[in-house]
Design a protein around this ligand. Sequence first.
Ligand code: AOF
Ligand code: ZN
Length: 343
Amino acid sequence: MPALNPESDLHWMSLALEQARQGIGFTSPNPAVGAVIVAEGELIGQGFHRQAGQPHAEIEALKDARIRAPERIAGSTIYVTLEPCSTQGRTGPCTSAIQAAGITRVVWGAQDPNPSHVGRAQQLLESAGIAVTTGILESECQEILRPFAKWITTGLPYVIAKAGQSLDGRITRPPGEGPWITSEAARAHSQGLRARVDAILVGAETVRQDNPRLTLRNGSLKPQPFRIILTRSGHLPADAYVFTDAYQDRTLVLRDLAFPEVLRDLAARGITSVLIEGGSNVLGQAFAARCVDEVCWYIAPRLCGGGLPVIGGPDWQSSVALENVTLLPIGDNLCLTGRPVWP
Ligand code: AOF
Ligand code: ZN
């Protein structure tokens, strides 16, 4: 049996996390997962889950180890960010593949929130004589699972609300002044949010007023997010970018659906994460329905009397505090993120 060494467990799990992060944004509706295989204190294989339907992280790491050091796999340890799956899905159970490869110790970070798998792997592996250690870098591993965990356990997507506002909470400037509130650098930063999600959601008024592209343009190779347009009237300009550009087949118009039903509809289509980018009324409706899991606010050093409030409409009349707050200056703009603690 390989020796237990808590310090090196942390080291190898942090490498598995690095692997997992490479899959973020690409694996939906599956989670991003990474794995490394270690024999006698040396890394002999690594891999991550690239896309739903493709091999899981464990299988990718085993493929790598079979090229690099096939004779050292028997008796090795595999580190996985997620509890290995134990059922036949689009691919076979990783617990069986691990056992068949002769791996003698399995270490994972987070439990699989998927009800088909949760809590099953430990007993299965241990009864096959494989040593199991769990909970290494657990919160870091859970962090990248958040969208998947929300979707698989609630039937709703993970929701990020994004806004760019003036210091006095406005999202528009007086007529004739131009559209932008936040700086170019702040807007470029927000592309990172689009790279994390399956879909971007806006209200029809945003399409009518701003004609946004709602595309991912930061060099990421991830598929373009779906663009969801909410409308009551159905009046939308046919020549808007979202209906005419190269990704027009990824635009979906949803009529007369309120929160949270609209989100349930999206989750049923396999959308595990949604970025709400406005406008004022849609943000008001999403917060009123307590549908927001994370906020990302860009704040510009400008005061904008008379503009639209960042969260508007009649619906939301309460308040909510944020936890896990981060503050990032971007030049003279500020990016504030956090998670609403819904009462
Ligand atoms: C793992 N390693 O890399 C991932 C896992 O349909 P399938 O076969 O792709 O299975 C998807 C489920 O497997 C998914 O819902 C989640 O519970 C788990 N994901 N498990 O051992 C991986 N991506
Ligand atoms: Zn698996």
